[in-house]
Write a protein of this length. Structure first.
Length: 436
């Protein structure tokens, strides 16, 4: 795509190096009582000399050494090579100032397997606590792939970036796209941009988080795309796949946003999902057929009918590529064990929803499958994948989550985000998982 094909509208970039911290005064015990190395308590001095600060530091250091010599170093303070946390971002790369500002991810998880029956879940303050500009209907919520950020977008045409902490959820940036109702928005795999699409336009927008500017991406009418409200990013960071009309699936490059080609399936394509390496794509259509595509040759290598399906509406693939979940207009969710033959039977059929399944999503560790219908209040269920049973304690009658339009798990499953029709981006903490 040429430079002239994009129209840039500048917004103020993130205050990457201007974060202000409130000074905290900690009154130390040593201000009241000083202990010498022989264990004799002394009264607080009437005055302090300039040398006192250094002498106090030396005294504390000697006391620590004495304590370790007598008691020993506690286990929690011993850090081995294997336990050290590896940070994937290069500290010298200035492009990632935003990610450093927002905090990097700890990537450890409890060793205990997730138990079935009841799930540990806690309601936190809404993600859009500091902003209500996304409109009455919030259509998208997504966690950043490498930092503790979240993207919230709605039909008002405004997208917001917030810092996820569960308490303030401070707004970092808000971007307004003129005359553009956002129906779908996703971060790119590298986390440097997000793409926003609408059901009313074939064109779409891309926002660069590092440069703080939005880019209008025109799509030629000859391509045949009329809307951009149902698309996904390939995990390898190469493609954007969008559901079109008459069974068309349009492919764009994730880097330049140029159109590459269009795939074709029988019936309208309603849902798309990729394998974790981006080499395969599955599509699900209105006649209930599931297609498997080879993304190198861009050809269909297998297709099969979803068992008992009248109209396919939603599709999700587990992060370990072991399970494929297919939701239909009748509320039935079929769970298939992969790889499967040309006429597979579901490993499990879930009948907990009674209206159209609009969204399906696995968490990163493939322990949980979230199933949602946007046609009924509180129509959400969480499936414990290893046992194929639904958690019975969520949602409760007091949760009142409304009609859910979008659902997402944070990268390490510590948080669950829900976008609903009540101007809310709900945030829950999954207590089994230690980290964001």
């Amino acid at each position: 795509m040429t430079d002239g094909a994009m129209k840039n509208s500048k917004y103020p970039a993130f205050p990457l190096n201007q974060r202000k911290t409130r000074p905290v005064t900690i009154k130390k015990y040593s201000d009241y009582l000083e202990e010498n190395l022989n264990g004799v308590n002394k009264l607080k001095r009437a005055w302090r000399d300039e040398d006192d600060t250094n002498s106090n530091k030396e005294q504390r250091k000697l006391l620590k050494q004495k304590y370790v010599g007598i008691v020993g170093k506690p286990k929690w303070a011993k850090i081995t090579k294997d336990q050290s946390i590896k940070v994937s971002l290069d500290d010298e790369d200035e492009d990632f100032d935003l990610l450093k500002y927002s905090g990097n991810l700890a990537r450890t998880k409890k060793g205990v397997n997730l138990a079935k029956g009841l799930i540990g879940i806690k309601k936190l303050h809404n993600l859009n606590l500091s902003t209500s500009s996304c409109g009455k209907i919030v259509k998208s919520v997504e966690f950043h792939p490498t930092s503790s950020l979240a993207l919230i977008a709605g039909i008002s045409g405004r997208a917001s970036i917030v810092q996820v902490d569960g308490f303030k959820n401070e707004k970092l940036q808000s971007i307004k796209f003129q005359k553009f109702a956002i129906d779908c928005a996703h971060f790119t795999v590298d986390g440097k941009q997000f793409v926003a699409g609408s059901r009313t336009q074939r064109n779409f927008y891309c926002y660069d988080l590092m440069e703080g500017r939005s880019m209008f991406v025109p799509v030629h009418h000859n391509i045949g795309q009329t809307r951009m409200d149902n698309f996904c990013m390939s995990p390898d960071g190469k493609l954007i796949a969008s559901c079109g009309k008459f069974g068309e699936i349009h492919l764009f490059t994730a880097k330049s946003k140029e159109w590459i080609t269009t795939l074709k399936m029988n019936g309208a394509a309603n849902s798309l999902t990729f394998t974790n390496d981006g080499k395969r794509m599955y599509s699900f259509g209105e006649i209930g057929e599931i297609y498997e595509w080879d993304m190198n040759s861009r050809t269909c290598i297998k297709k099969f009918m979803d068992d008992g399906c009248l109209q396919g509406t939603s599709l999700a693939l587990s992060g370990d590529n072991q399970y494929l979940a297919a939701g239909s207009s009748s509320g039935v969710v079929n769970l298939y064990k992969l790889p499967c033959d040309v006429n597979p039977k579901p490993d499990k059929t879930i009948l907990n929803l009674v209206t159209t399944v609009s969204k399906l999503s696995f968490n990163k560790s493939s322990d949980i499958l979230a199933m949602v219908s946007n046609q009924k209040n509180d129509a959400i269920k969480l499936l414990h994948v290893p046992s194929k049973t639904v958690f019975s304690n969520f949602p409760t009658t007091s949760d009142n989550v409304g009609k859910i339009n979008c659902i997402d798990f944070s990268p390490n499953s510590g948080y669950l985000g829900l976008a609903n029709n009540k101007s809310e981006a709900l945030l829950y903490r999954l207590t089994h998982f230690e980290n964001y």
